[in-house]
Design a protein around this ligand. Structure first.
Ligand code: NAP
Length: 251
C-alpha cells in the first residue's frame, strides 16, 4: 500500500491559500501533477512557488482561473484540464465562502451567494469531470465540507445549509459512480486557522478552543493529510463518508 501518487493528475479548486493550498502541496509532494485554481489571474502564485520548492521527485503544478459559481467558467476549466492532462484522477472541491449573519438579518442574496459557490459550484465541477473520471475508473472526489454541515451553527444558516447539502450530494454521487470505481467523500474540518476564520473575535476563538479536546485549532496541513489519505491506496474502499477532522470538537 502506498501514498505515492506519481503519474496521477489532481485538480484543487480554491488552491490560492489556506486549506486548498495545503491540499495542493500535499498531493504534489506525493507526486501528483496538480491543477490549482483561483478566481484571480496570478492568485495561485505562492502555491506554485511552494510546489516548485518541493524535493526532486515531487509533482508539478499549473495554475488556472475559475469561478466555480459560473457554469461557463467551470466548463472552460474542464476543457483545459482534460485536453492538457487527458484525464483527472483526483478532484478536490475546496473553493468556499462565508457570508455570516444571524438568520433574521440574513439577506436572500447572502444565502444565494454561499449556496452558489459552496454547493452549486461543487455540483458544476463534479458534473464537468465525473464522466471522464468514471471512464478512467479508480478516481477520487473529495468535497471539503464543514462540521457545521452536521451540527448547524448560529449565524451561519446559509453556510451550514451549503455544507449539509454537500453531504447529500456526495452520498448520491458515491452511489451513482461506485460501480465505475469512483469514490466520493466529504472531509469536514472543524476550526482551521486560515483567512476564512481570521476575522473572528478573540472571544469567539477562545470559546471554540475550550470545546476542542485536542486543545488547538486545526492547521491546513491537518486537513490536507486527510485528503491525501482518501486519494491514496489506503482510501480505496471508502466512499459516501464524511470524515470529520476537528480535534474532537464534534464527537
Ligand atoms: P480561504 O482561505 O478563504 O480560501 C478560500 C479559497 O476559495 C480561495 O482559494 C478562493 O480563491 C476560493 N474561492 C472563493 N470563491 C470562489 C469561487 N467562486 N470560485 C472559485 N474559487 C473560489 O478558506 P479556507 O479556510 O482555506 O477554506 C477552504 C474550504 O474549507 C472551504 O470550502 C471552507 O468552507 C472549508 N472549511 C474551512 C474551515 C476553516 O475553519 N477555515 C472550516 C471548515 C470548512 P481566490 O484566490 O479567488 O480568493
Amino acid at each position: 500500500m502506498t501514498t505515492q501518487l506519481t503519474g496521477r493528475t489532481a485538480l484543487v479548486t480554491g488552491a490560492s491559500r489556506g486549506i486548498g493550498r495545503a491540499v495542493a502541496v500535499a498531493l504534489a509532494r506525493a507526486g501528483a501533477f496538480v491543477f490549482c485554481t483561483s478566481t484571480k489571474e496570478g492568485g495561485c502564485a505562492e502555491t506554485l512557488a511552494a510546489i516548485a520548492a518541493l524535493p526532486a521527485g515531487s509533482g508539478k503544478a499549473q495554475a488556472l482561473v475559475c469561478d466555480v459559481a459560473s457554469a461557463d467558467s467551470v466548463d472552460a476549466l474542464a476543457k483545459v484540464v482534460l485536453e492538457t492532462a487527458g484525464k483527472l484522477d483526483f478532484l478536490v472541491n475546496n473553493a468556499g465562502i462565508t457570508r455570516d449573519g444571524l438568520f433574521l438579518r440574513m439577506k436572500a442574496d447572502d444565502f444565494d451567494a454561499v449556496l452558489a459557490t459552496n454547493l452549486r459550484g461543487t455540483f458544476l465541477v463534479c458534473k464537468a469531470f465525473a464522466r471522464a473520471m468514471a471512464k478512467a475508473q479508480g478516481g477520487r472526489i473529495v468535497n471539503i465540507g464543514s462540521v457545521v454541515g452536521l451540527s448547524g451553527n448560529a449565524g451561519q444558516a446559509n453556510y451550514a445549509a451549503s455544507k449539509a447539502g454537500l453531504i447529500g450530494l456526495s452520498k448520491s454521487l458515491a452511489q451513482e459512480f461506485g460501480g465505475r470505481g469512483l469514490t466520493v467523500n466529504v472531509v469536514a474540518p472543524g476550526f482551521v486557522a486560515t483567512d476564512m476564520t481570521a476575522g473572528l473575535t478573540p472571544e469567539i476563538k477562545d470559546g471554540m478552543l475550550k470545546s476542542i479536546p485536542l486543545g488547538r485549532f486545526g492547521s491546513p496541513d491537518d486537513i490536507a493529510g486527510s485528503v491525501l489519505f482518501l486519494c491514496s491506496d489506503a482510501g480505496a474502499y471508502i466512499t459516501g463518508q464524511t470524515l470529520v477532522v476537528d480535534g474532537g470538537m464534534t464527537m
